[in-house]
Design a protein around this ligand. Structure first.
Ligand code: ACM
Ligand code: ZN
Length: 775
């Protein structure tokens, strides 16, 4: 969107709000909203509820009336009936879609039309967002407030039937009450599915009567790694599990909030906690320990042992008793095959089934497909369906499986093309365990990555041009995942969810034409007022200053556009000092021509956010024209080539958009130096050996006057990384006699073969580059 359309849409939006004394700050925004003039006074208003609405729907109405009574301090009585002249009227309307509702707020009468409990619940959530935030408080509002709602007519229904949030309770345990608080957060955002990740290597959290050791032994790990210090442990036990009564209580609480709970029993990998309890289920027989570190364990369930299937069926029988959901998630992700390759029983099963390597997948992949399909069949016999992570596409996809696409959207697209149902949870947009700010030093420790609210918001689940409408109809919906390796407390769970959950909600709920980042951002402060009223811990980054940068090659500068939520004024400094309201006021993009530190704040009354800060390195190539002579890997192009000369040297997160990653080919770029005099090139790179990211093996500079005939100016050989070398940001400099040749070509050799000491030996290495500093 250009600036003019943003301005116009803001004007239209303000005009559309003029009808009431308050604005229609609704997230997720409804399908259609028609403002009307006047207000409805809710305090003490009587409720009339159609007896044709089912019991769950009527209960929801009763709870809303009770909350209004408690917070307004004036009693709202509920009576039965299908018509009313005043107050709130909830009527059964068979024409409303399963999760849809109609809401008509007039001066004396509010009419809700719905055909289901969920329709009623969503109408109530909408009304609560239209009422004063005190409706979300606990008990009577302290001050006298006007309990009014602006008049409006709304017709609403969600875009996707599956609107999920995942919660990992294995890496860190959260009590049943804490899980209920997450359910409240989901309900506020009109989500309808909790994907409850109950089992993993680091803890089994579900009581299974037939296998008591799963919780006696499998729910406790005796140590946990400290931060990201692999090999250092806290030597403190961490445990916890849900009794079956607690599970029933959580499932029922969720149902009352219109939320289905889908349990995940992750198999056949991520099973170390179960193996610690029942070592005979592993290929080696153990002994095993509940894992105290993060990652992917090599020990998995033995697929050659019939006891494994007896165990899984025994567990799943109890799971089905506890969870009425149609779907059961059976995992399938990250299952190494190294034990199966050596296990006589697994190999005997491979032979008996006639499984073979076929060039694309090997026999062990097909063995995993066999496990998934056998479990699927067992569940199908009991009327249930399975969901699996996208690894279940490897080998042969089980016939009725729904695919949860997490390693990007590619797996989901592939499955949809096969006519299979898909849930999109790509780690490019919906991994809420990733950082939501670039200022990682001041954020709680997270697993990595960078997914700010705007990234969540921009996800387009249409896949136009990639999927036909028929294929796209297999996308059941979208979900965010919250893995909790680095999330030990509920408060931090809230922080990682909020406000990204709000952006997720719009992706899940809104029709494409109703999505608007500007409208969303403008309404977000009302939603965060609600978070405050509910006592939720939320990230405040959107209320600080964010920036986009663009190289202006004509002016030879980097233009930094600063923005913030709402219309708070922005102040900035360029000398690294802390900005105040006495600093320069931001009115137009800041032009960066030399090394400096830009700091900026948004001046607000009631919210403190860390200043935006970015240091630009002095670089004679800053914002000069640059072209790629070799392409980075498609997935890792990000902002290249411009980001290579934007003055910004990034942090350790290769996927934050500042880096570009080459693989196989060398990195070769050409910069137009435009008459500058220079004598060195420094290449900023990253070494992250676990991700196969290596330094280059050489760095060469070539110069040319005509851009066609280049001569070598300087060359540097770089030794191959050893196992003992530390990881981190590493730069390499090649120097040469000062020159003012117009064109500079920089070439860096990628690792053609990862050395023997590394797990991925023999494969190619990645080279990630964030900046080419010319001096
Ligand atoms: C996953 O993130 N391992 C599904
Ligand atoms: Zn085995």
């Amino acid at each position: 969107m250009n600036r003019l359309t943003i301005l116009l849409s803001c004007c239209l939006f303000l005009a559309s709000c003029a009808g009431g004394s308050r604005t229609y700050d609704l997230i997720p925004y409804p399908n259609s909203l028609e403002p009307r003039s006047g207000e409805f006074n809710a305090a003490g208003a009587p409720f009339t509820c159609d007896p044709q609405l089912d019991e769950a729907a009527r209960n929801a109405v009763g709870r809303f009336a009770a909350r209004l009574t408690a917070t307004s301090g004036q009693p709202s009585e509920v009576s039965e009936g299908a018509s009313a002249r005043e107050g709130f009227l909830f009527v059964y309307d068979s024409l409303q879609p399963a999760e849809g509702y109609g809401l008509d707020v007039a001066r004396h009468l509010v009419t809700v039309r719905a055909s289901s409990q969920r329709g009623v619940l969503y109408a109530i959530q909408t009304m609560k967002q239209l009422l004063p935030v005190a409706i979300y408080g606990e008990g009577p509002a302290a001050e006298t407030i006007a309990w009014t709602m602006p008049c409006v007519r709304i017709e609403d229904a969600p875009r996707f039937a599956y609107r999920g949030q995942h919660l990992d309770v294995s890496r860190h345990f959260f009590t049943a009450d804490e899980v209920k608080r997450v359910i409240d957060i989901m309900a506020l955002h009109k989500l309808n599915t909790l994907h409850w990740h109950l089992t993993d290597d680091q803890g089994w959290r579900l009581e299974i009567k037939r296998y008591p050791r799963l919780t006696e032994v499998g729910s406790v790990r005796h140590k946990t790694m400290v931060g990201k210090e692999w090999g250092t442990y806290d030597n403190t036990s961490h445990g916890g599990y849900y009794t079956q009564d607690e599970v029933r209580d959580v499932v029922s609480y969720a149902a009352g909030n219109g939320i289905t709970v889908i349990p995940e029993i992750d198999l056949p990998g991520h099973m170390l906690a179960a193996l610690a309890a029942y070592p005979e289920l592993g290929c080696t027989g153990g002994p095993y320990e509940v894992w105290g570190r993060w990652g992917v364990a090599d020990d998995v369930l033995c697929a050659g042992n019939d006891k494994t299937f007896e165990f899984l069926e025994g567990v799943l029988e109890e799971v089905m008793e506890l969870f009425p959901s149609e779907y059961i998630h059976i995992g399938g992700d990250e299952c190494p095959k190294v034990r199966w390759e050596k296990c006589p029983r697994c190999q005997a099963r491979i032979r008996a089934l006639g499984l073979k390597d076929d060039g694309e997948f090997n026999a062990e992949h097909y063995l995993q497909s066999y496990v998934m399909t056998r479990v699927e069949q067992f569940l199908a016999d009991h009327g249930r369906r399975i969901i699996g992570w996208d690894e279940i596409l490897e080998g042969e996809l089980s016939p009725g499986a729904t695919v949860m696409s997490w390693r990007g959207s590619e797996g989901g697209i592939k499955a949809a093309k096969m006519g299979r149902d898909v849930i999109m949870t790509p780690n490019s947009h919906f991994y809420f365990d990733y950082y939501q700010s670039r200022d990682v030093e001041n954020e709680p420790l997270a697993i990595g990555g960078y997914i700010p609210v705007e990234r969540v918001y921009e996800f387009d689940p249409s896949f136009e041009g990639q999927l036909t409408p028929e294929e796209a109809s297999h996308i059941l919906g979208v979900q965010a995942n919250l893995w909790t390796e680095y999330i030990p407390t509920l408060s931090q769970v809230e922080y990682m969810l909020l406000p990204r959950e709000a952006a997720l909600a719009e992706v899940q709920w809104c029709q494409p034409d109703n999505r608007s980042w500007e409208r969303f951002l403008g309404s977000l402060s009302h939603l965060t007022d609600i978070y405050r009223a509910r006592g939720y811990n939320f990230a405040k980054n959107v209320f600080g200053v964010s920036a986009t940068t663009e190289n202006n090659t004509e002016k030879g500068c980097v233009e930094v556009t600063l923005f913030t939520q709402g219309d708070a004024p922005i102040y900035y400094t360029l000398n690294g000092s802390e900005p105040t309201t006495g600093s320069m006021r931001y009115t137009a993009p800041v032009e960066i021509r030399t090394g400096c530190t830009l700091k900026a704040i948004a001046a607000r009354e009631n919210i403190e956010v860390r200043p935006y800060s970015r240091t630009f390195t002095a670089n004679k190539a800053l914002a000069h024209p640059i072209v790629l002579n070799t392409q980075p890997r498609e997935k890792y192009v990000y902002g290249a080539p411009e980001t290579l000369v934007d003055g910004f040297e990034s942090d350790f997160t290769y996927s934050n958009g500042d880096w570009a990653g080459w693989f196989g080919d060398p990195m070769v770029v050409t910069i137009d130096m435009r008459g500058a005099s220079y004598g060195s090139v420094r290449l900023g790179t990253l070494v992250q050996k676990g991700e196969d990211i290596f330094p280059p093996l050489s760095l060469k500079a070539y110069v040319s006057e005509d851009g066609e005939n280049f001569t070598e100016a300087g060359s540097l050989d770089i030794p191959m990384e050893t196992a003992a070398d530390p990881e981190g940001l590493k730069s390499y400099t090649v120097t040469f006699p000062e020159t003012s040749a117009r064109y500079l070509r920089v070439e860096a050799q990628t690792v053609p073969e990862i050395p023997a000491w590394h797990g991925a030996h023999g494969k190619k290495g990645y080279l990630f580059v964030d900046e080419i500093v010319v001096e």
